[in-house]
Write a protein that binds this ligand. Sequence first.
Ligand code: ASP
Length: 315
Amino acid sequence: MVVLAVHGGAGGDGPWRGMTDADPQRLACMRALLNDIGERLHAGTLDALEAVTLAVEAMENEPLFNAGKGSVLDASGQVTMDASIMCGQDQAAGSVIGIRTSRHPVRVARRLLDAGWPVMLYGEAADAYGEEHGVEQVEPTWLVTELRSAQWAKWKEQRLRPGATDEEDALLDHDGEQDGWGTVGAVALDASGRLAAATSTGGMTGKPLGRVGDTPLIGAGTWADQRIAVSCTGIGEAFIRTAAAHQTAVLHREMKIEQAALAVLDEVGPFGGRGGMIAVDREGNVTLPFQTMLMYRGMYCDGSVRLGIGPELMY
Ligand code: ASP
């Protein structure tokens, strides 16, 4: 059995209000990558690690997700991106923080994983490492879309309102309007029983300069070992404080994957964190829970693809 599951971020409050005009494009991106990469996993021509790398790259290419081109803007109006990746077999990992010129942050993280040392790089040095290792470089402005500029302008206007608190200032990308969309991630189980996970993001609109969320932190936003692979999305600080991805792996030793994932989301909630996660175990059990209005998500499992945004997996 092979499995590939992806998420395109979580957010929003209250009942799901149905698809926006932009949702078909997001679903089309997920469907195409799940079909293509899923089939190659199924045929055994792709391993779990390359599958999650390619899946995340495909979503970094889609401007409607908050990763790569189309990332949200920080407090200064710039794109700064974080990503991480982990291989379950040997727990090799790679992670980058505050990337500004590498088109595919996850590929830079993957190059670090392949090299074996160091695990994490930040800022200009991470982009320079990407350039040296063949990752396409772009002008920082190329990553900025009109939509994200408009969201940022709205955030700035609201932030200047007297009485706004720091916590209210940083918006999860789906919170400002339902036409926001998110952080991306992938988990996979390949034909040889190996697991991998990867996550990539622009973070949160209006995040303070230098802020690091859960996405690049191994054990918080991303985790893979020989039993389970996990990728999270939501208010990063709460996922950091609960070591959410790793905690899911710990609980999974004693309980089913669905229960472990839900128990962790319940732990994250009281820390001010709302969000979701995707996880797969070595038996091919998959779970895609979230505690927000929506989570863009989909899975390929032995030839069939299913996608969801609101409560049901229905496309
Ligand atoms: N977890 C990401 C962060 O805090 C945001 C998200 O998942 O939408 O940077």
